[in-house]
Ligand binder design. Structure first.
Ligand code: SF4
Length: 701
C-alpha cells in the first residue's frame, strides 16, 4: 500500500514542505506540500529531484576505526575516551566540534549542550559561519537579538523589493517564484537587483545596479544621507524607538557623490534613481544574502541596510523590512540553540554572566562556557597549530568548502584525533577521519528545521535507517553518557530533545528574550509526529504567533530601543600587480554545497556539468582564452583550474566561480583552495566574494 509523509526539503533556507510518496512497488516520488506556508506546493529543480538522491550508493553503513569496521560500542567508547583524555591533559578548549546547517535542531541542541555545558568550552562552530553569521552579528547590534523581523509574505506585499547580494532565482528559487508571481500580478511592483554580476535574478529587475564588489556599505550610507533630507524620514519612529541616528547620519553624510560613485562604481544617475525609488515607496523590503554576508565588511553592510529601514520606520509592517535570507535548511535552527561559538542557547548571550548562570542552572551542568570559542576559520587555525587536538566534524565537508582549503585539509590530516559523522563514505573530509560514524540521510531523519522566516517544520523519516546508521543527536548523546554525563544525555527520542529545547527557550524568561517556544515544552511523541509548521516565538501563555517584529519598537537592548550603527565605507579593492583580478565564488541553480547529494542526480548534473569561471570578454581576450578553454586561477593560497565561460553578464575585472566541485571531479577543481581566509571582524564570516587572484590561460600539451 502506498504511503505519504510530510517532510521538509533539506537544501536551502526557504524550507519548502515536501510530500514524499512511496508507491506499492516501493518507488519514492516527491512533490511540493500545498499546505506548507513557505512554498504552497512549489518546489525548485533541486527539491523536485530529491527522490533521485536517496539511494544507498556510497553510504557509510557501519562505524569504522582507522578504516576497519567497528561496532557502535567500540567506536563511541573510543570517541569518549579520546575526548576525555584530551580534556584532562590539555583542558576543555583543546577539543572542538565543527558542525553544519544541515543538522537538525535536535542534533544541534545536543552538540551545543555537550560542548558548552558539560565539556565547558564554546569550541563549537558551524558551516553556517560561512553562510549568515554577518546577519546574526548585524541583527544583534541593531536589535539586541538575532531576530528576523519579517516574513516571506512581506516580499509579495512590497511595492519595492531590493535584492542585494542575492541571486534569488538560483539560490532561493521558490522565493523567486513567489516574487515573480507577485510582480506579474501587480505590474506597479518594482524590483532592484544590486549585484556585480548580471545574474538570472537581474532579468526580473526594473533596475540592476552592477555595484563594485563590497560597495554596498557606501551605497546604503548614501541612501541614508539622502533619506535624511526627504519626507521619507520618520522622526517619530527614530525618536521613540531608536538611538544613534545622529552618529550614523554624520558618518553617512561624510561621503560626497564623487566618493559614492567611486566606492560603488555606479553612475550618479543610477544612484539617484535608486535613492528616489526607496524614498518614494513606503512598502520596501530589502532582501540580502551571501553577497552581503560573505564579506570583510558583511556586518557593516547588514547594519547599513537596517539603518535605512529604521530611519523610515519601514520595519515590521506588512510589505516592509530588512530581510536576511539564510542559505542552509537549518542555519536558523542552529542559531536558536546556540550552535555557534559566540552564542549560548535560546538567543542568550555567552558574554552575559546571568545568561550563562541561567543555562547552567537549567542543564544542572558541572561547567559552562563563559567566553566565545573558535569561529570556523580560527578553529581550523587552532587545529593547524595544535591548540585543538581532538575534532568532531558532523555533516559537512570543510576540505572543500572552507577558505584556504588546502591548509584546512593539512590541519585535519595532522590533527591527533578526528571523528567524522556523515552519510557518504568517500568525501574529501571523511578520508581524514580516525573514526567514521554512519549518520542518517534526509529520508531517514526525524527532527525539526527553521527556515529564513522563523518557521519551524518537521523533517520526518519515511525510509528505514540503512545498515547501522544512527541519528547525529543520538551519537552525541551516547558520547556524552560515556564521558560521565549519564543523566543529562539520556534522550530516548528526538521528541524529547525538542521538548527540552522548548523548555529551555522559556526558562526564567521574563519576556526579555524573543525566542520562546514554551508552548511546546510538554510536547509528546504523538504531538511531535503531527507538528504542523509554526513561527517562533510561541510562548506557553499565548497561542498567537508573532508574525512580524518591531513595528512598534520593542527591541531587545536593555532600553528596548534599536541601535543605528555608524558604519564607515571600507576600502574594497584587494587587487595588486601580481593578483589583478577579483574572484567571486557562489552557487549554481542545480547543485548544493559540495555535491555529495545533488551530484547523484543525472538530471541536476545536466544543468551545468563542469566547474567554470564566468569571465568578461575583454578580460578573456587579455588572457587569451576562449569559452571552454581552461583557465588557471591563482591566489597566494592555492590554485584551481576551470573552464572559461565568456559572458558579458560578468563585470570587467572579476571572475565568478561556483564552489561545488572537488578534486575527485578533476585535479584542482576546489575553488576554495584559492579563497583567502579573510574574515569580517565582527562575525568571523569569510570574505568569499572579493578575493584577489591572477588568471591565465592553461595550455594543455
Ligand atoms: Fe528546497 Fe530551497 Fe528548492 Fe525549496 S527552494 S525546494 S527549500 S532547494
Amino acid at each position: 500500500m502506498s504511503t505519504e509523509t510530510k517532510t521538509t526539503c533539506p537544501y536551502c533556507g526557504v524550507g519548502c514542505g515536501v510530500i514524499a510518496r512511496i508507491d506499492d512497488a516501493g518507488t519514492v516520488s516527491v512533490r511540493g506540500d500545498p499546505d506548507h506556508p513557505a512554498n504552497f506546493g512549489r518546489l525548485c529543480s533541486k527539491g523536485s529531484a530529491l527522490a533521485e538522491t536517496i539511494d544507498l550508493d556510497g553510504r557509510i553503513l557501519h562505524p569504522q576505526i582507522d578504516g576497519r569496521r567497528a561496532d557502535w560500542d567500540e567506536a563511541l567508547d573510543l570517541v569518549a575516551t579520546r575526548f576525555s583524555e584530551t580534556i584532562a591533559e590539555h583542558g576543555p578548549d583543546s577539543v572542538a566540534f565543527y558542525v553544519s546547517g544541515q543538522l537538525l535542531t535536535e542534533d544541534y541542541y545536543v552538540a551545543n549542550k555537550l560542548m558548552k555545558g558539560f565539556i565547558g568550552s564554546a569550541n563549537i562552530d558551524t558551516n553556517s559561519r560561512l553562510c549568515m553569521s554577518s546577519s546574526v552579528a548585524g541583527h544583534r547590534r541593531a536589535f539586541g537579538a538575532d531576530t528576523v523581523p519579517g516574513t516571506y509574505e512581506d516580499i509579495e506585499l512590497a511595492d519595492l523589493v531590493i535584492l542585494t547580494g542575492s541571486n534569488l532565482a538560483w539560490c532561493h528559487p521558490v522565493i523567486y517564484q513567489r516574487l515573480a508571481a507577485a510582480k506579474a500580478a501587480r505590474p506597479g511592483m518594482k524590483v532592484v537587483v544590486i549585484d556585480p554580476r548580471r545574474t538570472m535574478t537581474a532579468d526580473i529587475a526594473d533596475l540592476h545596479l552592477a555595484i563594485r564588489p563590497d560597495g554596498d556599505v557606501a551605497l546604503f550610507m548614501g541612501l541614508l544621507a539622502h533619506l535624511a533630507g526627504t519626507a521619507a524620514i520618520d522622526q517619530n519612529y527614530i525618536g521613540t524607538h531608536t538611538t544613534g541616528f545622529a552618529e550614523a547620519f554624520a558618518a553617512a553624510s561624510a561621503l560626497d557623490i564623487a566618493e559614492l560613485m567611486e566606492l560603488t562604481g555606479l553612475p550618479s544617475m543610477q544612484l539617484r534613481q535608486f535613492f528616489r525609488l526607496f524614498e518614494e515607496t513606503e512598502k520596501v523590503v530589502t532582501c540580502y544574502s551571501q553577497g552581503v554576508n560573505q564579506s570583510a565588511s558583511g556586518t557593516d553592510k547588514v547594519n547599513a541596510i537596517i539603518n535605512c529601514h529604521l530611519a523610515t520606520g519601514r520595519i515590521g509592517r506588512p510589505g516592509m523590512g530588512p530581510f536576511s535570507l539564510t542559505g542552509q535548511p537549518n542555519a536558523m535552527g542552529g542559531r536558536e540553540v546556540g550552535g555557534l561559538a559566540n552564542m549560548l542557547a535560546a538567543h542568550m548571550a555567552i558574554e552575559n554572566a546571568e545568561d550563562c548562570d541561567r543555562v547552567q542552572r537549567f542543564w544542572q551542568s558541572p561547567a559552562i562556557a563563559r567566553w566565545p570559542g573558535f569561529k570556523a576559520v580560527d578553529m581550523f587555525r587552532a587545529v593547524a597549530d595544535g591548540r585543538v587536538k581532538a575534532l568532531w566534524i558532523m555533516a559537512t565537508n570543510p576540505v572543500v568548502s572552507m577558505p584556504d582549503a588546502d591548509a584546512v585539509a593539512a590541519a585535519i590530516a595532522a590533527c591527533p584525533f578526528v571523528v567524522v559523522s556523515d552519510v557518504l563514505q568517500d568525501t574529501d573530509t571523511t578520508k581524514l577521519a580516525h573514526v567514521l560514524l554512519p549518520s542518517l540521510g534526509w529520508a531517514e531523519k526525524d527532527g525539526t528545521v527553521t527556515n529564513s522566516e522563523r518557521r519551524i517544520s518537521r523533517q520526518r523519516a519515511y525510509l528505514p535507517a540503512p545498515g547501522e546508521a544512527r541519528a547525529d543527536w543520538w551519537q552525541l548523546a551516547e558520547v556524552g553518557r560515556r564521558m560521565g554525563f549519564e543523566d543529562a544525555f539520556s534522550f530516548p527520542s528526538a521528541a524529547t530533545v525538542f521538548a527540552e529545547h522548548a523548555t529551555l527557550s522559556a526558562f526564567e524568561n521574563d519576556g526579555g528574550r524573543d525566542f520562546d517556544i514554551g508552548a511546546y515544552a510538554r510536547i509528546d511523541g504523538a504531538a511531535y509526529d503531527g507538528l504542523a509548521p509554526f513561527q517562533w516565538p510561541q510562548p506557553a501563555a499565548s497561542q498567537v504567533q508573532t508574525t512580524r517584529f518591531f513595528a512598534d519598537g520593542g527591541f531587545y537592548h536593555a532600553d528596548r530601543k534599536a541601535r543605528f550603527v555608524a558604519v564607515n565605507a571600507p576600502a574594497t579593492d584587494r587587487t595588486s600587480a601580481d593578483f589583478p583580478l577579483t574572484l567571486n565564488t557562489g552557487r549554481i541553480r542545480d547543485q548544493w554545497h559540495t555535491m555529495t547529494r545533488t551530484g547523484k542526480s543525472a538530471r541536476l548534473s545536466a544543468h551545468i556539468a563542469e566547474p567554470f569561471a564566468e569571465i568578461h570578454p575583454r578580460d578573456a581576450m587579455e588572457i587569451g582564452v576562449a569559452s571552454a578553454g581552461l583557465v588557471e586561477i591563482e591566489s597566494p593560497y592555492g590554485k584551481a583550474v576551470v573552464r572559461a565561460l565568456v559572458t558579458e553578464r560578468q563585470a570587467r575585472g572579476s571572475l565568478f566561480v561556483p564552489m561545488h566541485w572537488n578534486d575527485q571531479f578533476a585535479a584542482k577543481a576546489r575553488i576554495d583552495a584559492v579563497v583567502a581566509p579573510i574574515t569580517d571582524p565582527f562575525s568571523g564570516q569569510p570574505a568569499s566574494k572579493n578575493v584577489a587572484i591572477a588568471a591565465r590561460r592553461l595550455k594543455v600539451a
